[in-house]
Design a protein around this ligand. Structure first.
Ligand code: SF4
Ligand code: SF4
Length: 429
């Protein structure tokens, strides 16, 4: 048998997936990294061509080749517009698994990243201990005072991370915690609590449960669930992502819908069937689990309850990539916002272009991430929204940094928070 050109043949991108691309280039203008660089090698077509060339043994897997894949945000905007149905998300996850396994000059930082993703992000108690000081700092008086003074006290890379912290992180909400209960519950649903989401955005989870409770749905943060594995898969650690998927499948049996308010987690969990398709013990259960997963906006819009609430604000909704491109959910969040009295929904240019957060991308590719954040800030400056609404914690953090850096006076909210605030102001009769 011929030896594979890939260092991890079991997880190599499939030749069938790669050959589906007909090089038409219709995806290129949807690609944020092409928009910033103008380079073919930083476009989806270029990245697929490189993977195919490696797969066919035409070129070796060099550091230069890997760098083009590393700059990919895995936003999947290209996949959503591809007329040939190229599964770019699947291709790039398998390509990243090869990059992670290949010898590299920057092996030490890669190893550290993998260690942290496995031993901090995926371990709830460790993550809670690590995030606690950041959560305290995010809402603290010294932080507010330093912001007011305009003092630059951190090196630029750390300053960008600090700027991403939410202004008012709520109390954490973790698996097993109690949630608002409806007066009369007609149905139950699992609330997926996640990892960073539960630690830094407990308020979003509570808002999600409140919105559901007003619609007669009791949300339960079932104990034993944990990180979805999306960050690990995107970083090329497919083996660990599979472990995390199995843990969630074991922890969340039954038929109740699983409500996810983080677009990245929802997209990953809807693809558990694909992730575990070669696992004879889990393949069927993974597919059944994936079929229960619903994004918050998808679930609430389908309940079709009469509009309620009051939200007197100019609102710019920004698509989260893994909601718009991976889950193809664009209209439901907009429809929910449009239905609220007083809500003036404005479409900003590039609303569905990646903000540059992309999981841990803003930490490992800070230059491209900052370029995309600036594009968003420019759009906000032009359209002057009062509130920026999105549906993913990483995007929320990136928009916090964008408005802060650009001196824009706008609140950043999750869709669930906006609906909850509106409905608290003017409850359903
Ligand atoms: S990925 Fe799709 S849209 Fe892009 S070049 Fe290939 S076939 Fe065309
Ligand atoms: S996933 Fe996003 S950044 Fe990567 S090639 Fe596709 S459009 Fe470009």
């Amino acid at each position: 048998m011929a030896s594979s050109p890939w260092p991890l043949p079991a997880d190599a991108p499939s030749a069938a997936d790669l050959s589906r691309c007909v090089h038409c280039g219709l995806c290129i203008n949807a690609c944020p990294t092409f928009a910033v660089t103008g380079l073919e090698a930083e476009s989806p077509r270029g990245r697929i061509a490189l993977a195919r060339a490696v797969d066919e043994g035409v070129i070796p897997l060099t550091a230069a080749v890997q760098s083009h894949w590393d700059l990919c945000l895995q936003c999947r905007a290209c996949e959503a517009v591809c007329p040939s149905g190229v599964a770019y998300g699947r291709i790039i996850e398998h390509v990243k698994a090869q990059v992670a396994a290949a010898p590299a000059k920057d092996a030490a930082p890669r190893r550290l990243r993998r260690f942290l993703l496995r031993n901090v992000v995926a371990r709830p108690r460790v993550l809670a201990a690590v995030v606690a000081p950041a959560r305290w700092w995010a809402g603290s008086l010294p932080r507010r005072a330093l912001r007011k003074s305009g003092a630059k006290w951190l090196p630029s890379r750390l300053a960008a991370m600090e700027a991403q912290l939410p202004r008012h992180p709520g109390r954490p909400l973790r698996a097993g915690d109690s949630l608002p209960v409806p007066g009369e519950a007609s149905t139950e649903a699992v609330l997926f609590t996640g990892c960073v989401m539960g630690e830094l955005f407990g308020g979003v989870h509570r808002a999600t449960a409140s919105v559901l409770a007003r619609r007669g749905v009791r949300a339960i943060a079932v104990e034993g669930q944990g990180c979805c594995g999306a960050l690990h898969a995107h970083d090329g650690d497919l083996a660990f992502a599979r472990d995390l998927a199995r843990r969630n499948i074991d922890a969340l049996p039954g038929d109740d819908p699983i409500i996810v308010n983080s677009a990245g987690c929802g997209a990953a969990m809807k693809e558990y069937g694909q992730l575990l398709h070669a696992d004879p013990r889990y393949a069927d259960r993974a597919a059944a689990f994936a079929a229960r997963v619903r994004d918050f906006s998808e679930f609430v819009a389908a309940l079709d309850t009469p509009a309620a609430g009051h939200f007197p604000a100019r609102v710019a909704y920004q698509d989260a990539c893994h909601l718009a491109h991976a889950q193809r959910i664009r209209e439901q969040p907009r429809a929910l916002l449009r239905a609220i009295a007083g809500c003036d929904l404005v479409e900003t240019p590039g609303a569905d272009l990646c903000c540059g957060a992309a999981g841990i991308y803003s930490l490992v590719e800070p230059g491209m991430s900052a370029a995309l954040r600036t594009r968003k800030a420019d759009a906000f400056r032009d359209s002057a929204p009062d509130v920026i609404v999105t549906a993913n914690p990483g995007c929320q953090m990136q928009y916090e940094a964008a408005v802060r850096e650009a001196g824009i006076d706008a609140r950043v909210m999750h869709l669930a928070e906006a609906l909850d605030e509106a409905e608290r102001r003017a409850p359903r009769a």
